[in-house]
Design a protein around this ligand. Structure first.
Ligand code: ZN
Length: 382
């Protein structure tokens, strides 16, 4: 972080300014900040915040027209603009952070991340964090094929993709990486090949595996920063295996799926939020009817595939990838940590469906945990 005196405050392009009479407006993201400016000094100050001057030089230039403005006035204004996320420090460049090709390919991402940045933040760092992070993606079906393509589009550097299944005609209403000519072929290598055509810089490690135990999940978690699980067979068991493996290794888990007309997703942060077994125990303890429904639902869902509609798959992908972005870059906290979020397709109503805490007596993540006992989990499918 550079010392305060060398910073070169620059008004972000994502914070447009406009004036009317003795008022200045700074816009952005559906909100407008209104600032009284009877003398015109604020407008002149904003013009001077173009990244070519230090705060001291901005003050010096401003006093040519407004001699009454003190250095402290300028420093306070800059601090307030920075707090409102209007400014970046033009002195913090991409040198040593990103290469020339990356700057061009991820230009719009960088502008997006820059909109969250404060002056202490180098807005190029977020893209590098995406490039350097290692994600394990379980499942390359409806959600998985969208997610892999999205991760390539946003610049995730390393993905371990796990899938065993082959392409069926009925997959093609939503599994966008495959074609009719692929029917009967393995999804894994087709997905990797097509995504690498889109972004040859992504490193994808294909793992041909049908997950059948906690140990299987542990094997593919080695060296992973985040897991996205959208594998759905066997429906209930795989959620439990992934949950337990993530708790044991401390790797954050993002998961979600479709329930016909509804999309759900949640994020589990080991040691911080409740796990899937915590949720099941809380549901059984607080509501016997809900617990019974859960049991019946489990039986029912093991029997057959859910409905799955591409627009809902696409939207769910956005939420899951949004959680990944939040976890990796830290631009904002994850929305679904410790709670199940839902989106209802009928009216796009969105919000929290359920919330649960970490249970101290949870056999998976509680303080007395240590057994590898199978547990029940959320019923989601991709
Ligand atoms: Zn737990």
């Amino acid at each position: 972080m550079p010392p305060d005196g060398t910073r070169r405050p620059q008004l972000k392009h994502t914070s447009p300014t406009f004036g009317s009479g003795d008022t200045v407006f700074i816009g952005g993201y559906g909100e407008v900040t209104e600032i009284a400016d009877p003398t015109g000094a604020i407008r002149r100050l904003l013009d001077l915040l173009d990244g070519t001057r230090t705060t001291g030089e901005v003050h010096q230039a401003l006093t040519a027209d407004f001699p009454e403005v003190t250095r402290q006035d300028v420093e306070e204004a800059v601090a307030q603009f920075d707090e409102a996320q209007f400014l970046l420090d033009a002195q913090l460049t991409s040198d040593g952070v990103l290469e020339a090709h990356e700057l061009k390919r991820w230009e719009r991402n960088i502008n997006f991340f820059g909109s969250f940045a404060r002056m202490d933040d180098n807005r190029y760092d977020q893209q590098r964090k995406l490039r350097d992070c290692r994600v394990t993606l379980l499942g390359l079906g409806g959600l998985g094929s969208h997610i892999l393509l999205d991760m390539a589009a946003m610049g995730i550097g390393h993905v371990r993709a796990v899938e065993f299944d082959r392409v069926e005609l009925s997959n093609l209403n939503r599994q966008i990486l495959y074609r009719e000519e692929d029917i009967g072929e393995q999804k894994l290598h087709l997905a990797v090949e097509r995504v690498k055509q889109f972004n040859p810089h992504i490193d994808i490690e294909p793992v041909d595996m049908k997950i059948g135990s906690v140990e299987d999940v542990l094997r593919v978690l080695d060296g992973t920063d985040v897991v996205i699980s959208v594998a759905d067979r066997p429906k209930m068991e795989i959620a439990n295996w992934v949950n337990e493996a993530c708790v044991r290794t401390g790797v954050p888990l993002i998961t979600g799926g479709l329930e016909t007309q509804r999309a759900v997703y949640y994020t589990m942060l080991p040691g911080r939020t409740g796990c899937i077994e915590c949720w099941r125990r809380q549901t059984f303890a607080s509501d016997a009817v809900a617990g019974q429904l859960l049991d019946e639902k489990r039986e029912r869902q093991i029997g057959g595939d859910n409905a799955a509609f591409c627009p809902l798959v696409t939207m769910t992908t956005g939420f899951l990838i949004g959680e990944l972005t939040r976890l990796v870059t830290g631009i904002a906290p994850p929305v679904a940590a410790g709670r199940l979020m839902e989106l209802r397709f009928a009216d796009y109503a969105m919000g929290e469906s359920e919330r649960w805490e970490r249970q101290s007596d949870c056999p998976v993540c509680g303080t007395a945990a240590g057994s590898g006992a199978p547990v029940a989990g959320l019923a989601v499918s991709g």
